[in-house]
Structures are given as C-alpha cells and as structure tokens.
Write a protein that binds this ligand. Structure first.
Ligand SMILES: Cc1cc2nc3c(=O)[nH]c(=O)nc-3n(C[C@H](O)[C@H](O)[C@H](O)COP(=O)(O)OP(=O)(O)OC[C@H]3O[C@@H](n4cnc5c(N)ncnc54)[C@H](O)[C@@H]3O)c2cc1C
Length: 449
C-alpha cells in the first residue's frame, strides 16, 4: 500500500480542462471535477488514489472519453487523464501484447498488425482506450467466436482504491481480476493489460445481405451465428418508405492463404436475402477494422459527432428479440431514429461470453440491440425525451429477460444495478468493500448510495 499525503503534481483547474473532463461522447450529463491530473507513471496513479481515499475525493479514469452518460466523470473530485500512459509492446513469439491503459485500441491494432496478429475481438470504434473498454467488457462482431474483448486478457496490473498496485490474472488474485473486467471501474483502475492475440488475416471478404422481412433476417442471423461460417457478424435496421424498416446482415470471412478461393455460392447461396441487392467487397483486414473511420471524419465535419448521443444498447434473448424489436421500432417515441440514428442488431452466443460481470440474458442465442441516435444541438428537452424513451425501452426489455449493456445513456438507481448484477452483486459488493473501502472510484455509473 502507498502512504502519501501529496499529489504527484498539482491538478489542473484550468477552465478548459475541467470542461473537457465534464463532457463525454454522450453529451447528456455533465459534472465538473475539482481537478484533472495526467499521470505519467503508474506511481502517479497510486499517489493520486492514496491521496484522495482518506479525503473521500472521487477519482475516475478517463481514456478515450467515449462514455455515453457521465460514467467517467468525477463530480468534485479528480479525473485522471490516462492519455500519457499509452505504451504498447507486442511480443509476437508469445502472441501477446502489453498495453498501458490509456493506449487506444487503434494503437493496439497498429502494433499487432505489424506482427500479422490481432486481438480476437474488437469494438466497432477504435478510438476508445484499453482501460475504458476492458472495464465495460467490450462486445464485437467476432464475439460469437471469441467472446468479449475482456475474455482475451491474460493478466492486469491495477491500482485499487487504497493506492495498492496489484497484478491479477485467473491464477493470481482471481477475485480482483474478475471484479475489474467489465467491473465498471468500481474496485480498481487498470494501468496495464496483457492481451492474447491471434493470427490476423491479410484480407477479408465482406457481404452486405439485404432482407425483405424481419423473419428472414432473424432466421439467417440464427443460422449464421450457430454454424459460424463467418468470422464477423453484424446487422443493421435501416429506415425505409412508409414507416417500414429494411434489415441488413453484414458478414465477413477471411481469405486464407493457401486455401481455395472463397466460394460465394457456398457462403451465401442458402440464405434468405434479396439476391440482386447483395454487395460483396474485398478489403484488407486493417481497412475492415477501421471501417468506422470515414463515417467519423464525415460526422466530425457535419458536427454530428459533437452532438448529444443518448444511445441505448441491450442484450436480448433470441426468443423475445423479434417481437420486441418490432415493438420498439413501431413506437413513435423512437421516430428520431429514422432521421438521425443507426440501429444495430447482431447475434451472439451466450456460452462464448466468459467475463463474469458482463451480465447477459439466459439462453444460448442472444442479440445485441443498439439504438444509436444523435439529438439536435442545443435542445435539452429533446435529449430528456430520448433518455426517457431509453428508460421505457429498458424496462420493457427487462420484463422480457433483456439486460442493459452499461455503455448506455440510461439513468439507473442502486436498486436497478443490484438487479442488473443479479447473483454477482454480492461478490461485487464484497470486492468493493475490500478494494475500495473509501468508495472513491468511478462514481459516475452510480452503483452505490
Ligand atoms: C462510436 C462508438 C462505438 C462503440 N462501439 C462499441 C462496441 O462495438 N462494443 C462495445 O461493447 N462498446 C462500444 N462502445 C462503447 C465504448 O466501448 C465504451 O463506452 C467504452 O467504455 C469507452 O471507453 P473510453 O476509454 O473511450 O471511454 P471513457 O469515458 O474514457 O471510459 C469509459 C469508462 O471506463 C472507465 N475507465 C476508463 N479507463 C479506465 C481504467 N484505466 N481503469 C478503470 N476504468 C477505466 C471510465 O472511468 C468510464 O467509467 C462504443 C462507443 C462509441 C462512442
């Protein structure tokens, strides 16, 4: 344990830094910290936490800042801008990579691809930090094969709420390891992660398969997630004329060197999409991983990237998903999704997700359902309406066995969190008492009274 009554450096209280730390990608909630610190070493992280604990000052880490609802803010406390802790070292012989928590996934991808390796699962957007994604689990389009981003973690170095630096893994302090992955920063801050990598393909073939009916879309998603013929599976629901929706599956398969060329008929010939609208594209694997970069650049230019994003992501059991999705999309409270949003819908296999604190519905076949809307600028009442709509959709999903992915713009009470974590709640609460006795870490999600 470290004992310090001094901060490593004076926190910045400059207005622009406090304003930045009081904002995130969601632009829905905003709370100002007392100060912002930029740790340059793990020791700096330890010193800040050891200083803040006995004084009861909240501490939150900020990585990429892509939280949706203030999860990384620290009202009246310290925000640790992790950006300077960004070293990435790949050891190709062992197929592992050590990343500091402030490194962005695009830095991880660059270092891994240079050695023809890749993390087995990545989130869609590569601008988030290693610490930010591992503390929420990270669902990707290859999760039906390889589980969560956090399932590929071999070990972690973390700093607990008393300032203690601990290395943990499935064999070393496994209780702390399990409390940190998808643990929403409650028991410790991640400073370094060792990630397992797999060989990266050079090129992939990407199919966009448009479906005329939700029935054929769901039937194909269920078939494809089970037979796992594609390495990556995604889906979108797009607005169409006369208040209807189009359903599209995006499926990706690697070109394997030394194997026969890909046979489109074998891969998609038995599926139910509309034949003459299929889009087929060969791209490098790197370009596929960076597929959102172009959209991000455009949205930054149009200003939509900087607007409020009251997003909601749910995990749904496959048995209730089709009716529930239809009900949500027909709801007039969701009309804004037609003009300024993206609806993502892709399948998962529950048995592939191993991180205990990532809660999921019961049953093997699941769907990730994301309502990713952009609110108009300077219109707080529109944002409030979207957040209220999120809450209504969440409550309805919960009745039907659904679970929130806690990277959402969703007000949650302590009782909601207790219900969310279910039979893992007591384990998390005990780990919190033990590792963050002052209850200073990551108050943004609001788990505790
Ligand atoms: C465009 C976009 C696409 C996305 N796509 C996906 C997706 O495909 N799959 C998916 O699962 N999620 C997705 N997300 C959600 C995103 O992965 C999470 O919100 C993630 O937590 C963001 O990490 P960050 O570093 O950018 O955010 P931050 O706001 O910096 O951090 C997020 C949370 O993690 C905590 N944290 C940050 N660093 C650490 C640390 N070192 N130790 C402990 N806690 C820490 C913060 O305090 C905060 O609570 C997406 C979000 C956006 C905006």
């Amino acid at each position: 344990m470290t004992h310090t009554s001094q901060l490593p450096t004076a926190p910045s209280t400059r207005a622009e830094e406090l304003t930045r730390a009081a904002a995130d990608f969601g632009h829905v909630v905003s709370t100002r910290p007392w100060g912002v610190l930029t740790p340059r070493t793990v020791r700096d992280v330890q010193d800040v936490i050891a200083f803040a604990g006995p004084r009861g000052r909240p501490v939150s880490a900020r990585g990429g800042g892509y939280s949706l609802y203030g999860q990384g803010q620290a009202d009246g406390g310290f925000v640790l801008d992790m950006g300077a802790l960004n070293r990435v070292d790949c050891t190709p012989g062992e197929r592992t990579l050590v990343a500091e928590a402030g490194a962005l996934w695009r830095d991880v991808v660059r270092a891994a691809l240079a050695e023809h390796l890749t993390p087995p699962v990545l989130t869609d957007h590569l601008g988030s930090s290693v610490g930010g994604v591992l503390s929420t689990g990270g669902i990707g389009t290859s999760s039906h094969h390889h589980g969560l981003v956090s399932d590929a973690v071999a070990s972690l170095d973390v700093v607990t709420g008393t300032g203690e630096l601990v290395t943990c893994s499935p064999d070393l302090h496994p209780g702390l390891f399990d409390a940190v992955l998808a643990g929403l920063g409650q028991c410790a801050l991640i400073v370094r992660a060792t990630l397992r990598l797999t060989p990266a393909p050079e090129r992939v073939r990407r199919y966009r398969l448009y479906h005329q009916s939700p029935e054929s879309f769901f039937a194909d998603q269920h078939r494809l997630v089970r037979d796992r013929r594609f390495s990556h599976l995604d889906g979108q629901v797009r607005p169409a004329l006369h208040h209807t929706w189009h359903y599209m599956i995006e499926a990706v398969v690697p070109h394997r060197t030394g194997h026969l060329p890909l046979d489109d008929d074998l891969l998609i010939g038995d599926l139910g999409h509309v034949r003459d609208t299929v889009e087929i594209e060969d791209v490098s694997y790197g370009a596929h991983l960076h597929r959102l970069d172009r959209a991000e650049r455009i949205l930054r230019v149009t200003g939509e990237w900087q607007r409020p994003h009251p997003w909601l992501t749910l995990l749904l059991p496959a048995r209730t998903a089709p009716a529930f999705v239809a009900e949500v999309l027909a709801d007039s409270a969701q009309n804004d999704l037609r003009t300024s949003g993206v609806v993502q819908l892709h399948p998962l296999l529950g048995g592939r997700l191993h991180t205990p604190l990532l809660r999921r519905p019961s049953g093997e076949l699941l769907h990730v359902f994301s309502l990713m809307r952009t609110a108009p600028p300077a219109n707080p009442s529109a944002v409030r309406r979207s957040v209220a709509a999120n809450r209504a959709v969440y409550e309805r999903a919960r009745e039907l066995g659904g679970v929130v992915h806690p990277v959402s713009a969703l007000p949650m009470t302590c009782e909601d969190w207790r219900r969310h974590f279910g039979n893992t709640w007591d384990v998390l609460a005990r780990a919190k008492d033990r590792h963050d006795p002052y209850r200073i870490l990551t108050r943004g999600p609001g788990l505790w009274p």
